[in-house]
Design a binder for this molecule. Sequence first.
Ligand code: DX5
Ligand code: ZN
Length: 227
Amino acid sequence: MANRIKIAPSILSADFARLGEEIRAIDEQGCDWVHVDVMDGHFVPNITFGPGVCAAIRPHIKGVMDVHLMIAPADAYLEAFAKAGADIITIHAEAGPHLDRSLQYIRSLGAKAGVALNPATPPEAIEYVIDRIDLVCVMTVNPGFGGQSFIDGQLAKIARLAEIIGEREIHIEIDGGVTPETAGNCAAMGADVLVAGSAVFKGGSVAKPEVYGANIRALREAAAAAL
Ligand code: DX5
Ligand code: ZN
């Protein structure tokens, strides 16, 4: 896949009381996608928001709304997230027994389909569903919380996924612990979408949006320098 790196801030690190303004700020400061972390307190040990919040923030997002579902089961909620305006819906390979069916269902709802892999899940998990996906999300932390440290052992998985994917139009997205220190290695291994929560929102606010801009640029430059 073409290697123009996309930066996808995770609004998990935004001020939840001002989501609309926060999203407009990161959009204006040059982010590519907006990453929305949906957690159910069951698949992961934390709870965030559901389709109602996604629908409410959708009008504030200029580009791609990238919805990462950390929920199990997911199937019963997929239609609601598609209706809320998700452009990409990513489900976890570990979250249900019928990954192939769930991915077909996402596409039938008009969204792009993604598969996320927990750190212990091998890259080959996508091999037999590869024609049904638009994105693979490599979890470089154990999902549930922002601000965790990048697991270096996942770099080999990124490289292996790039090999499996070859010339197909499938994004390789990295999620967890992405900072200017770790972004370069991710890009060098073949990632083209970098999710970052803490590293984008750190030090900024809707009153100081230029900090978001500087943080986004730092990630983009670190990734570009490694290519
Ligand atoms: C983790 C989430 C991530 C998280 C990233 O469960 O899926 O998107 O918000 O946060 P940072 O960039 O702070 O590791
Ligand atoms: Zn995420």
